[in-house]
Design a protein around this ligand. Structure first.
Ligand code: AMP
Length: 383
């Protein structure tokens, strides 16, 4: 039996946010049908999918039924229970498989795996009680960051510890029985490598992308990252090795801290297309979403050639707070591409969309994307 899932087949996506939406757009463009399952209705993914199923991830009968109606299952949200991935696997291949989810949805498991496989990462300690936190803080030193072990993303469930006096209140505030204390990294910058591994083990990557976070949420990404060839090569080699070690079929993003001495430390893994790879939608021959589709369908991976240097700026709900953003003004800017995710409520901190700028070099793309984003909420006359 051929392992290739050809155009015309149906792809199932667990989760229904913007990552699933952009994946569905790429899949539909190539003639696939898309089904999505999540506990919500009228979702970013559901709006562009063929079928939107509203069910809890714990409703294993619904998950099995969903998987039986598709040819392959993937996910855009890694925090689904292991039992959900296992139930989906009863109906269709799940790619990447549940074991990848199991490791990457839990910081402690992820860090333990990376450390035992010899990957460079921030010093850390497992913390399961206030006493253990005190010992870990003494060993790693302060400042340090206390993070919940499970279900964390975009800085949720993180507290920076600056002083010993904070330890007890931080432990109470985190309100968990399992956490990780991480040494603070006084980094030069942050970067990521989005890479893909096909069903046949072939690898592709988008080089290094430079990232800036604000309030723990990705704010801006720039490609190519100004890291120099040696550090870029090393980042890419580490990312490839991580995909191989985890036996990933699909796209995975490795986020790095780049220290002042040019050392790379893995911060975390995302076993799916990643916000820092959104610029590939406009700037690369094959986007990270199409690459995910190709990988999980057993197709050859596409060229990751960067057509032009690019920068991406996230649009959080904050941009909507004063007035409806100036979309017409934005569209007058020739190098800017607008992506909105179809979310009705622009709450502060919520990812509503992003902008991509393409320019002659990465610095120009960065300047242009920031100016474009500022222009959205700049005061303007009525009418
Ligand atoms: P995370 O959710 O763990 O990726 O953290 C979100 C962001 O918080 C990172 O991208 C960094 O900007 C910052 N951060 C997290 N952990 C550390 C650390 N150990 N040292 C310095 N900054 C950190």
């Amino acid at each position: 039996m051929s392992q290739i899932i050809l155009p015309g087949a149906t792809v199932g996506v667990l989760g229904s946010g913007q990552l699933g939406r952009m994946f569905a757009i790429a899949a539909r463009r190539m003639g696939y049908r898309v089904h999505t399952l999540s506990p919500e209705d009228d979702t970013p993914t559901g709006q562009v999918a063929d079928v939107e199923i509203n069910a809890s991830y714990d409703d294993l009968d619904a998950v099995r039924d969903f998987a039986r109606r598709v040819d392959v299952v993937t996910f855009e949200f890694e925090n689904v229970p292991a039992a959900t991935a296992a139930a989906a696997a009863d109906g269709a291949p799940v790619r990447p498989d549940g074991a990848v989810l199991h490791i990457t949805q839990h910081r402690l498991r992820e860090k333990t795996f990376l450390k035992s496989a010899g990957f460079p990462l921030t010093p850390f300690a497992a913390v399961r009680s206030l006493d253990e936190l005190r010992q870990a803080a003494a060993r790693l030193g302060l400042p340090a960051v206390l993070k919940t072990a499970g279900w964390g993303y975009d800085g949720k469930g993180q507290i920076k510890l600056e002083q010993v006096e904070q330890i007890e209140s931080a432990w109470q505030a985190l309100n968990t029985d399992e956490a990780v204390l991480e040494a603070w990294v006084d980094f030069l910058g942050e970067a990521s490598v989005v890479a893909a591994r096909g069903l046949d083990g072939s690898l592709a990557d988008y080089g290094a992308i430079a990232n800036v976070h604000r309030h723990h949420i990705l704010d801006v990404s720039v490609a190519p990252a100004p890291l120099g060839p040696a550090v870029t090569r090393e980042a890419v080699a580490i990312a490839h090795a991580v995909l191989e070690a985890l036996n990933v079929v699909g796209v995975l993003c490795v986020e790095f801290f780049v220290t002042r001495s040019g050392k790379l430390l893995i911060n975390e893994l995302a076993p799916r297309p990643h916000n820092s790879g959104h610029l590939t939608f406009d700037a690369s021959l094959t986007s990270q979403f199409e690459q995910q589709l190709r990988a999980i369908c057993g197709l050859p991976l596409g060229s990751t050639e960067l057509l032009r240097p690019a920068a991406m700026a996230n649009l959080l709900g904050d941009v909507w707070q004063q007035q409806e953003p100036n979309w017409a003004g934005l569209c007058a800017r020739p190098n800017i591409k607008l992506h909105l995710y179809g979310k009705a409520q622009p709450r502060p901190g919520r990812k509503m969309g992003h902008l991509t700028a393409l320019a002659e070099d990465a610095d120009a793309a960065l300047r242009q994307v920031l100016a474009a984003r500022d222009s959205l909420s700049a005061p303007r006359p009525l009418g």
